[in-house]
Design a protein around this ligand. Structure first.
Ligand code: S3P
Length: 437
């Protein structure tokens, strides 16, 4: 689907609720494979294609999933899991594949995990290597440390103390979820990361009465654990909200409210950086749901200043970097983003894709091996170009927001890739363009 994007003339106004958090939705459904027999409800499950891949995966193992109302699910965990008849298709979703590697590692069920073209190119060594050192029988079918991946019954899976070079919630979750199922409750598995990555797995394990210990950047779990089925309410996704926050900051005369957004400190790096840049962002109605911070965000057009984003801040906004570069084009001065080389391993090489699209629209952005330098101070961009989204939902949505600031119409090809995380993206923007107070 090709779409045209025009400059917004009168500002963005109104109140919206964005779809539910993708990372938490994945965990809420995938953790059914770690639970004792029973039933639970997931309220406000993400209907993006990625989370549907996780949902179909658990169904293949005999977990019952029923839509009870809109996006509320009833999940029935059986006593014994079934052996899937076919390979598990993880689609475009790295989270589905990497978490499943850990979840299935010691189940004694032979399973093949496959993915789409993009997922099949993404690095899986980061999970295969530590799992092998735990004794897991896991291989990449083409011997290239990429999908397809085969997991076979293993003789003995052992706990480890894994010191990771990478701050990655997918790798951390994979190792911990494997460690929780080791056949000995006295065996501890721990994961130490260089900076704290998102901690939704840790929070959900605790919420579902699991035994987990957190000391700074080290997380440890005991073996032989089963989680307890319990209803889970999923808040709105801050990564999806980031496109609306960015647009309201840079489009003149905007004033929007986004309700029910997850504000977990390991996820809200984008907001913290924007506040440092001078953003007029207010947070109201903060409360806790299912062990996660939630609140409403009010954003008004702001005069922003450039900044430097690096180090421990990167994992807290890794998925928001493409949209942060768009904001930086309209901030006064230079913005530097570094220590983010893992952007090359996302759904596409996000350093190249972001640079290509923003520079084509007329932005002054220089790509580096681990980030960008952005020269800000633009009032608008010239636009008038046709862009690809590189099969990447976040590149599609960032390009759209930048298009709202272009003098000449832009075209974005294959925009249907937004459906990976945010099928209602365009509808919500239409609401904000129409509402006039
Ligand atoms: C995710 C973790 C991040 C993020 C991805 C979702 C998760 O990946 O980029 O979109 O749900 O755990 P890494 O952990 O590999 O950085």
């Amino acid at each position: 689907m090709e779409i045209k994007v025009h400059k917004v003339q009168n500002g963005l106004m109104g109140k919206i609720e964005i779809p539910s958090d993708k990372s938490i939705s994945h965990r809420a459904i995938l953790f059914s494979l770690l639970m004792r027999e029973g039933e639970y409800y997931i309220k406000n499950f993400s209907l993006g294609e990625d989370c549907l891949s996780s949902m179909k995966a658990v169904q293949a193992f005999g977990v019952g999933v029923e839509f009870v109302k809109n996006n509320d699910l009833k999940v029935t965990v059986p006593k014994e899991l079934k052996v899937p008849k076919e390979p598990i298709d993880c689609g475009n979703s790295g989270t589905t594949m990497r978490l499943l590697c850990g979840i299935l590692a010691s189940k004694g069920i032979e399973t093949v995990l496959v993915g789409d073209e993009s997922l099949s190119k993404r690095p899986m060594k980061r999970v295969i290597e530590p799992l092998k050192s735990m004794g897991v029988n896991i291989e990449s079918l083409n011997n290239d440390n990429k999908a397809p991946i085969i997991i076979k019954p293993a003789k003995k899976v052992r706990g480890i103390d894994y010191v990771s070079k990478l701050a990655s919630a997918q790798v951390k979750s994979c190792i911990l979820l494997c460690g929780m199922q080791i056949d000995d409750e006295n065996k501890i598995t721990s994961f130490i990361e260089p900076s704290l990555s998102r901690d939704h797995s840790e929070r959900l394990i605790k919420y579902l009465s699991g035994d987990i210990k957190i000391e700074g950047n080290k997380v440890s779990v005991k073996g032989n654990q089963k989680l307890t089925p319990k209803d889970i309410v999923i808040p709105g996704d801050i990564s999806s909200a980031s496109f609306f926050i960015a647009a309201a900051l840079i489009v003149p005369n905007s004033n929007i409210t986004i309700t029910n957004v997850n504000l977990n400190p390991t996820r809200r790096g984008f907001i913290d950086v924007l506040l440092r840049m001078g953003a007029n962002i207010q947070i109201n109605n903060e409360h806790i749901i299912a062990n996660e911070e939630v609140g409403d965000i009010i954003v008004k057009t702001s005069n922003l200043n450039g900044t430097t984003v690096c180090g421990d801040e990167i994992p807290k906004l890794i998925d928001e970097i493409p949209i942060l570069t768009v904001v930086a084009l309209f901030a006064k001065g230079k913005t530097i983003i570094k220590d983010a080389s893992d952007l090359k391993n996302k759904e596409t090489d996000r350093i190249m894709a972001t640079y290509t699209n923003l520079s084509q629209m007329g932005g002054n952005i220089t790509p580096n091996d681990d980030g960008f330098v952005i020269e800000g101070g633009q009032k608008d961009l010239k636009g008038g170009v046709s862009l690809e989204c590189y099969h990447d939902h976040r590149i599609a949505m960032s390009s759209y927001v930048c298009g709202l600031m272009c003098q000449n119409e832009i075209t974005i090809n294959e925009f249907e890739w937004v459906n990976i995380s945010f099928p209602t993206f365009l509808n919500l923007f239409e609401i904000l363009k129409k509402v006039k107070l």
